[in-house]
Ligand binder design. Structure first.
Ligand SMILES: [Zn+2]
Length: 284
């Protein structure tokens, strides 16, 4: 299931500074002449094996203590790597969704729904040293073995794992017709502090006052989708209020991310990073 040797390859794959331009150039190149087909074939042969695996090249954020790598997996699921530590957020989709990555040292769980909590995936992924963090409602659903390794944090509580400070923050719906999805107090968002950087994972929420009051967030992962969480308009307003340095929309199925980016604008000093959380290749 896990191949430590291949993860280095994954992380050496640097995203080109202007990927869409490069892709366009390649398309034109391939289309330009049938006589170049042989050359194209040779080029394809030279593509390393891992390039066929739809593993996205991770983004890298510099911290005071090594780089933080960000790897989108699917919908609400992502992997963070910092120093030699691998942190999975809401792992679902089975161990195959994490092929090529080390076993997680830490698993953060935000809520009880199937797009955040998969007992099967947790059982497959959690190695003997894996720690878990989740709210009480999630802990109740874990097997005894996993629960024994879980730190239970309710909204407002703080813990520490692997030298990472973990603050559980609220995540809930505000709009009348959406209240049934995420009751206040059940789910957690998280603020992680690692290497002097503060990373916010929203969980499933709307633009709640506790989010707007966040301070000094370096990187925010923000949900936006209807009917479950919030509109891109709400998300953009929130971002303009708490001003993370970088924001990644995630958990955004069906949302207009270009609209989100436009609404955030450039004057608030927030960098919007759009990444693909819904890759077409099955298994990732
Ligand atoms: Zn969700």
């Amino acid at each position: 299931m896990c191949h430590h040797e291949s993860v280095d390859c994954v992380f050496e794959l640097r995203q080109p500074p202007n990927q869409s331009y490069e892709l366009t150039m390649k398309t034109n190149f391939f289309a330009s002449s049938a006589a170049l087909k042989t050359a194209s074939f040779l080029l394809l042969l030279s593509v390393p094996a891992w390039a066929g695996e739809s593993v996205q090249s991770p983004d890298s954020i510099a911290t005071e203590d090594g780089a933080l790598k960000i790897l989108p997996i699917n919908h609400a699921t992502l992997v963070l790597q910092w120093k030699d530590r691998t942190i999975c957020v809401d792992p679902v989709g089975g161990a195959k969704a994490f092929q090529g990555l080390p076993l997680p040292d830490l698993i953060l769980l935000t809520d009880i729904h199937g797009d955040h909590l998969s007992k099967e995936t947790l059982t497959e992924l959690a190695g003997p040293g894996t720690k878990l963090v989740g709210p009480p409602a999630v802990a109740e659903q874990l097997t005894a073995d996993l629960r024994n390794r879980a730190t239970v944090l309710a909204n407002g509580q703080t813990g520490e794992q692997l030298g990472i400070k973990i603050e559980a923050v609220p995540a809930y719906n505000l709009t009348a017709e959406r209240l049934k999805f995420h009751t206040k107090g059940r789910g957690n968002g998280y603020v992680l502090t690692l290497g002097g950087k503060r990373i916010y994972l929203s969980g499933d929420t709307e633009d709640i006052p506790e989010m707007l009051a966040l301070k000094n967030i370096d990187v925010a992962f923000l949900c936006m989708n209807l009917p479950y969480t919030m509109t891109v308009e709400q998300a953009a307003r929130a971002v303009r209020a708490f001003k993370p340095r970088v924001v990644y929309p995630y958990h955004y199925r069906g949302s207009d991310l270009n609209k989100f980016k436009e609404l955030v604008g450039t004057d608030a000093g927030v960098e919007v990073r759009l990444r693909d959380w819904y890759p077409k290749t099955p298994g990732r």
